[in-house]
Design a protein around this ligand. Structure first.
Ligand code: NAP
Length: 310
């Protein structure tokens, strides 16, 4: 079995030995290659494109493209991608996202942004943080990452609820769905965490109308995709106080331009798409096992549904 590793050159020294070790552990005889000169001989691709215009149509015998990324949106923009695509879900990335989200939930829960921007001669005693168990954190996106983050946030004491595309009766928290479900989550949440994929259905989920349904003074953490937020509406809601503060890790345009209004807003914390990164050691375990599943004739995990774009 021949597997092409198609990613930035810098990743190869770390991924090569880790993937080789995993395939050996699985007793799979594989040839891992970086050589693209004989595309018809490639069976699988482990993929994190170094460029936007790869021609994937030449890989006619590829059975699965295993992405190293959680979000499939950028890959799906490539019209030559027709092979089955699996996105990355691995415990290392989940752990980093969990740590980021927990940190940001506490940041807003504790009104930390106020103290960061407080005048140096100010010493106020008019506010103390409420208990976490009196505050609700709503997760827009209750998938692999949203569910894992919610579990840790709940462990600290917060009430957690979620919103997904379909019902999730077996989820460990109450998960709403549909437009009415979104309204319920917005009305109940003191802090909203967005972990939605970028699809036509999730674009501008937070807009002037939905932001008006939220609890006055809600805080927002967006670690999913920038397209989920109507930026003009969020800026207006921040200025009116309807939204108290926000952490934004993802944007329609990345890098976020230096003159973007988010950069200078006193109640916005901008982070440069750092919430969660694929961790090579654990990603190699998942990638190798998913390829092995396919080789055994089983359906790979976390296949992207082209009709839904995630
Ligand atoms: P996932 O497992 O596919 O979960 C996506 C969640 O969004 C699911 O609960 C899904 O509902 C829900 N959803 C999709 N469309 C919806 C709609 N129209 N209405 C309501 N809910 C909808 O994905 P994940 O692994 O948790 O990752 C989520 C996103 O995080 C990725 O797509 C990526 O864009 C982003 N991400 C960002 C970073 C970063 O560093 N900032 C890192 C990794 C990932 P169902 O459960 O009903 O399908």
């Amino acid at each position: 079995m021949k597997i092409l590793f198609s990613a930035r050159d810098a990743l190869w020294p770390e991924y090569k030995p880790a993937l080789e070790a995993e395939f050996a552990r699985l007793n799979l005889s594989v040839e891992l290659t970086r050589d693209t000169s004989d595309p018809g001989s490639i069976d699988y691709i482990i993929y994190a494109p170094a460029r936007d215009d790869d021609d994937l149509s030449v890989y006619k015998n590829v059975r699965l493209i295993q992405s190293l990324w959680a979000g499939p949106d950028k890959l799906l923009k490539n019209p030559t991608l027709t092979q089955p695509l699996a996105r990355m879900v691995e415990p290392g990335m989940t752990q980093t996202m969990t740590e980021f989200v927990l940190g940001q939930v506490l940041y807003h829960h504790l009104h930390t942004q106020d103290f960061v921007t407080m005048p140096k001669d100010d010493w106020r005693w008019d506010w103390g943080p409420p208990l976490a168990n009196t505050r609700t954190v709503g997760f827009l996106g209750a998938g692999a990452l949203g569910t894992a983050c919610a579990a840790v946030v709940h462990q600290v004491g917060f009430i957690t609820i979620g919103w997904s595309r379909g019902p999730k009766p077996d989820a460990p928290m109450q998960v709403f769905h549909g437009a009415e479900g979104l309204k319920s989550v917005l009305e109940q949440s003191d802090i909203l965490v967005l972990l939605l994929p970028n699809t036509t259905a999730t674009e501008n989920v937070l807009n002037a109308e939905t932001l008006a349904l939220a609890k006055p003074g809600v805080a927002i953490v967006n670690a999913g995709r920038g397209e989920a937020i109507d930026d003009a509406a969020l800026l207006a809601a921040l200025d009116s106080g309807q939204v108290r503060s926000a952490t934004l890790d993802v944007f329609r345009q990345e890098p976020l331009p230096a003159n973007d209004p988010y950069r200078s807003h006193p109640r916005v914390l901008v982070t440069p798409h750092v919430a969660a990164e694929t961790q090579a050691a654990t990603a190699c375990v998942f990638a190798a096992e998913n390829i092995a599943r396919d080789a055994r004739g089983e359906t790979p995990l976390h296949l992207v549904d082209r009709s839904l774009n995630y």
